[in-house]
Design a protein around this ligand. Sequence first.
Ligand code: F6R
Length: 608
Amino acid sequence: MCGIVAYIGQRPAKPLLLEGLKRLEYRGYDSAGIAVINGKLNVARSVGRVSMLEEKLEGLKGFEGSLGLCHTRWATHGAVTEHNAHPHRDDRHGIAVVHNGIIENYAALKTWLQERGHVFSSQTDTEVIAMLVSELYEGDLEKAVQAALREVTGAYAIAVVCEKEPDVLVVARKGSPLLVGVGNGEFIVASDAAAIISHTQQAFMLDDYNVVKLTRTEFKTTDIHNTPVTPKVQQLELDLEQIELGSYPHFMLKEIFEQPKSLRACMSGRMDTREGRVVLGGLNTFAKELTRARRVILTAQGTALHAAMIGRYLIEDLAKLPAQTEYASEFRYRNPVIEEGTVVVAVSQSGETADTLAALMEAKERGALALGVINVVGSSIARETDAGVYLRVGPEIGVASTKAFTGQVAVASLIGLFLARRRMMSAGDCADYLRAMETIPEKIEKILEQAPKIKRITEKYVERENWLFLGRGYNYPTALEGALKLKEISYIHAEGMPAAEMKHGPIALINEGMPAVFIANKGRQYEKVMSNIQEVRSRGGHVIAVATEGDEHIAKYVQDVMYIPDIPEPLSPMLAVVPLQLMAYYAAVARGHDVDKPRNLAKSVTVE
Ligand code: F6R
């Protein structure tokens, strides 16, 4: 999604801003722009990559100042054009604005501003902020921004500069993340810590309705009514190494290979195998409510929803508690019935997904206990929950979610076991599951050793435009996830579904050589999956199976096998998904796509 970087300090702003924008490229965008105050306001924008903006800037003068802001835009209001790219400017006072989020009342504000003689050059909601700040400007940028934001409804993270105040940068937030990095005689503001970390580790996060006025030496925080606020400057928990590629060609591959490490971090200290106990400090305050819970609703979007589905199976199966999953976007508007004793769990890597946040708020309003399974610490969803469990898998830069998925499944599994233990599961049974969970990182390492073989298998089928992903039970969501991964980055059409569902229509698609990936590990429904495999084979489909190590039998019935180590079935998705992640990656590379910048996608979707 859109990215913001702004700078005020002693150093030339331009290189620093462009470096920051490159660190935010992973979030997905379609145009970029920069504004620097150097005596007067200078703005440059371009459609396409940050490198194209850089090329454009090479021939331009006036960008030498040490105060500026920049932006990557992911189009929502208005097409992908230079006019619609940020920064948006007003020429009466030389004001420039960058904005993430959506201004909901922009149409009414636009009409009002047009009546006052403002001429708009874009179709965006953001230009309204620039004009509104200008309309209300009486020689004090901070006051004008506060006044403008009192008129605005919607979500925003904004940064504003004015050529009449060359020593002032004003930033504000409601609903969209924004951090201020506190350096030595300088401040770097960004929508994501990745753009700050190479300059300083000291930062504070804005709360909703905070407005921060930054000069080169100090900052002052208020709310939109000018009431003083004291932010808490903290150490950023992020290493440069975590957000750099190192020796990997793509972040996606790096993160797939990081999974043994990220899962160790995720599970560390949370499993007491001696006592057969799950230790989730974040949930302690609500232990009583959780013991008495009558229903669990897990809500999320995309990959996070697939992880939630696995959590649902586990909670039902092991804790014997009614559980359901809901697309957050549907749940919110369905007028859902929330009975007493309902626990809602929002699952999200970014913690900023607009639909998931809205669903959580809706459930909270209706009386549910709101829990979060979130990766990004301090994110909007994390702040709104009553309690939660962080993934601790480190920053995920690849647009296609991989290590966050296995982290989400691990945490959902721990929550399932936590609930099961509080209900009827014995300490011994719980200890068995926890011991099995402990083996997952090393088992993933074994799967990763097969990467060259998985690459060869993928390349055999990479020209095919339609694929099926099929699984049952715990690995039905894994099939959905395999299909989503392939679609997102290789642009191959793939459908995931319960293996039994195929006979009810999709089987008509199967023709000679069509790839069908089956998750056919050992489990309760193994024989049934084998029958489904036969159904595909007898219609000419080519079956690629994910099977349990030692299952030589399956090789006779399928074209290709990718083996995963044995593990209790409820935990098997964390292993079965890994070959599917690798297949998606190798398919995209073979097709020549930019794996880390897939077309049309944004890393975090902050619009509904
Ligand atoms: C797919 C993917 C998306 C996200 C979805 C929710 O690889 O990354 O489907 O899972 O947009 O995002 P979060 O988890 O940030 O709420």
